[in-house]
Design a protein around this ligand. Structure first.
Ligand code: BG6
Ligand code: MG
Length: 206
């Protein structure tokens, strides 16, 4: 193992509920049914893919332009909510793990579906910490496609087989495995049958 690629939302910082509240405003405005259970299905998916999942709850049809407007408005609401994120919002154990990885000379990268990754990293004080940031802005295919992780590996100059991934989304675990990387789970991804271990297993292996 030479590099560790971290998913951002749900691994480094908890933004699930903020995504939920922003989508909820949209779905309430559009009279579409939406709840935490449906929100669960959006973990790891791009904005566009998320909206498609949400729209399965309604018979209403939307043009591409209308869909883009909804996505933009959702992001506006979401950005307002993440403006107050701070280093205090780092998930438990993350500062210690990141410090240990750096001390031991591993490359560390972000592999996130979010187009807000840079902004979030800035808010939580980690923008300069990572050796590479691969996110929703430099990929065409969203997780479970391996693209975001393969790009991260390429950015840090490490072969995929020497990279491991930390993920909270089942689609992220799938993406890591497709990239030929070991996948360590936190949160919802602990339910994945194809994970290689948990975050604790990764920590104990260092
Ligand atoms: C992922 C989240 O990290 O990023 C998803 O798990 C989200 O819920 C996706 O839809 C895209 O995020 P953003 O910030 O570009 O809307
Ligand atoms: Mg995540």
């Amino acid at each position: 193992m030479k590099a560790v690629i971290f998913d951002l939302d749900g691994v480094i910082v908890s933004t699930d509920h903020l995504h939920y509240l922003a989508w909820k405003k949209i779905t309430d405005q559009e009279h579409i049914s939406f709840n935490e259970e449906v929100n669960h299905l959006l973990r790891g998916l791009s904005r566009e893919a998320s909206l498609e999942v949400i729209l399965k709850q309604t018979d209403k049809t939307f043009t591409l332009e209308e869909k883009n407007d909804l996505i933009m408005l959702k992001n506006q609401y979401y950005l307002e909510s993440i403006a107050s994120l701070s280093p205090d919002d780092l998930l438990e154990g993350i500062p210690e793990l990141l410090g240990l990885l750096k001390d031991k000379g591993y490359k560390v990268a972000i592999g996130s579906s979010s187009k807000n990754a840079t902004y979030i990293l800035k808010q939580i004080g980690l923008l300069d910490f990572f050796d590479a940031i691969s996110d929703g802005n430099n990929i065409i295919h969203s997780k479970p496609d391996p693209e975001v992780f393969l790009k991260a590996a390429d950015m840090v100059g490490v072969a995929p087989e020497a990279c491991v991934v930390v993920e909270d989304a089942k689609v992220g675990i799938e993406a890591a495995k497709k990239a030929g990387m070991k996948a360590y789970a936190v949160g919802d991804a602990l339910n994945s049958d194809i994970k290689d271990g948990t975050l604790l297993d990764l920590m104990l292996s260092l």
